[in-house]
Design a protein around this ligand. Structure first.
Ligand code: C5P
Length: 223
């Protein structure tokens, strides 16, 4: 790659799961591997971008040439994302699998077992992507929608509800793609276009996705 289409561009990417603490040794989380977000970060670097990767706990090597901000819980990821956007971002890609809920309280000490049943009260986490899209001088915003049915319809709903520029729709009912798989096949949906991207490794897909994201971003810049 030469000069790079994203030279002078700040790209912020969230990746991986979040970990919502119950006590010092226990948490609620999910199976996100972080692979898609990390691959997108590498693709953006190779296009010349300055990349900030806000990452939940994953077991992936730290990509070179990327500023990594390690976070645990959704509230921490939310604060890091808004700080990165406030510092100046052109494109924000939300690839993290943010936990929808967190425990209302986190115990200071390891909880002891006692009663036969235990209930843990949960509260909704903020929507990081929607808050970034609503921020003053919001960047071009890109989200992911993992769906098991009516993939395009539900993805388009999220595009509108979160008021973002692009959504990458992913059919997670299929075992051969998506969560924890090395391959993925997606559609990129904007207000007026649907661009299918064929099944391939997350690495290769990331390159194609970044090119399409940049094309759509550039359309918003040329007016
Ligand atoms: O609403 P849903 O979780 O399906 O939306 C998925 C998109 O929104 C993803 O891009 C995800 O990273 C982002 N998201 C977020 N903060 C949340 C929940 C989802 O940024 N609390």
């Amino acid at each position: 790659a030469s000069g790079g289409e994203l030279r002078y561009c700040n790209v912020v990417i969230t990746a991986g799961p979040t970990r919502e603490r119950i006590d010092p040794v226990r948490y609620i989380s999910n199976d996100s591997s972080g692979k898609m977000g990390y691959a997108l970060a590498e693709a953006a670097v190779s296009m010349g971008a300055q990349v900030t990767l806000i990452s939940g706990p994953v077991s992936l090597p730290r990509p070179s040439g990327v500023k990594v901000v390690n976070v645990e819980g959704a509230l921490e990821m939310h604060a890091a994302a808004l700080a990165a956007v406030q510092a100046g971002a052109d494109i924000f890609i939300s690839a993290a699998a943010v936990a929808d809920y967190r425990p209302v309280t986190t115990a200071d000490q390891k909880m002891k077992k006692s009663a036969e049943q235990l209930q843990i009260a949960l509260t909704r986490n903020p929507d990081i992507l929607a808050d970034v899209a609503a921020a003053p001088n919001a960047p071009f915003t890109v989200g992911f929608a993992a769906e098991t049915q009516k993939v395009e319809e539900y993805a388009r709903g999220k595009l509108e509800r979160k008021n973002i520029n692009l959504i990458i729709a992913n059919d997670v009912s299929r075992k051969d793609i998506g969560f924890n798989s090395d391959d993925n096949e997606v559609s990129l949906i904007s207000r007026d276009e649907v661009i299918p991207i064929a099944k391939q490794s997350k690495q290769a897909l990331a390159g194609q996705l970044m090119s399409q994201i940049v094309r759509q971003y550039q359309k918003t810049q040329s007016t």
